[in-house]
Design a protein around this ligand. Structure first.
Ligand SMILES: CC(C)(COP(=O)(O)OP(=O)(O)OC[C@H]1O[C@@H](n2cnc3c(N)ncnc32)[C@H](O)[C@@H]1OP(=O)(O)O)[C@@H](O)C(=O)NCCC(=O)NCCS
Length: 195
């Protein structure tokens, strides 16, 4: 069954298709966006197509693969960025990542899109744990993870290679039961009663 797009108040997350390649390549070609990432700029449309083709025949997160979602703004259909998930081979752990166009930052879109993805991973995929890794200086990414309730789990020293350059890798983790508990607390607060 095809993956049903995930909807939030302001966004729609839908599987990448080949029409997204140019926009994806342009986003990844921005030097500031790429600063802490595993790719070098410029990022070609051919590379974008290869990533999209690897992901597009999966009908959702599949163990041992990355699954990429294009994140669009509902108001005007414009792509604000992407989120991605790698499901570990045993299916109990998922790793997530996210990127926004520079013009789409500081509006809460990354946190909103990642929340929808985490809901799906917890409620539908049934993962036990979600993790993310980032450069220790990537403050904007660490702020997203902190807002989502991820906990810092340590630093892997000199573990992240981009071609011949190595850096530390900061690890973050969130358990499904922690996500459910904080979601219940937020829902109760919204409804005006204790969880
Ligand atoms: C990491 C990245 C996605 C974070 O983007 P971001 O815009 O800082 O994060 P969000 O979209 O969640 O926006 C949060 C900000 O929007 C603000 N905001 C404004 N309007 C808002 C609204 N209506 N609702 C929620 N938040 C809102 C929040 O207050 C917050 O700002 P603050 O941190 O100054 O308090 C972005 O910096 C990026 O694409 N970087 C390059 C790629 C990258 O490093 N990816 C991470 C890989 S590990």
């Amino acid at each position: 069954m095809a993956f049903a797009p995930l909807e939030t108040g302001r966004l729609v997350l839908r599987p990448f298709s080949e029409e997204d390649a140019e926009d994806f390549a342009a986003r990844r070609s921005d030097p500031e966006t790429a600063m802490y990432q595993a790719w070098r700029v410029p990022y070609s449309v051919e590379k974008a197509l290869a990533v999209i083709r690897e992901s597009e025949h999966h009908e959702g997160p599949v163990p041992g693969h990355w699954f990429q979602l294009d994140v669009q703004r509902r108001a005007d259909g414009r792509t604000v960025g992407d989120v991605a998930v790698y499901l570990h081979e045993h299916g109990h752990t998922a790793e997530i990542g996210y990127t926004l166009h520079s013009w789409a930052r500081r509006k809460g879109y990354a946190t909103e899109a990642a929340s929808a993805l985490i809901d799906h991973l917890v409620d539908v995929t049934g993962v036990h744990r979600i993790e993310a890794a980032t450069h220790p200086d990537n403050e904007r990414s660490i702020a997203v993870l902190t807002r989502l309730g991820f906990r810092p789990e340590g630093i892997k020293r000199e573990a992240f290679w981009v071609e011949e350059e190595v850096s530390d890798d900061a690890l973050f983790g969130l358990l499904a039961r922690e996500w459910r508990a904080q979601r219940a607390t937020a829902a109760a607060a919204e409804a005006g009663s204790p969880a």
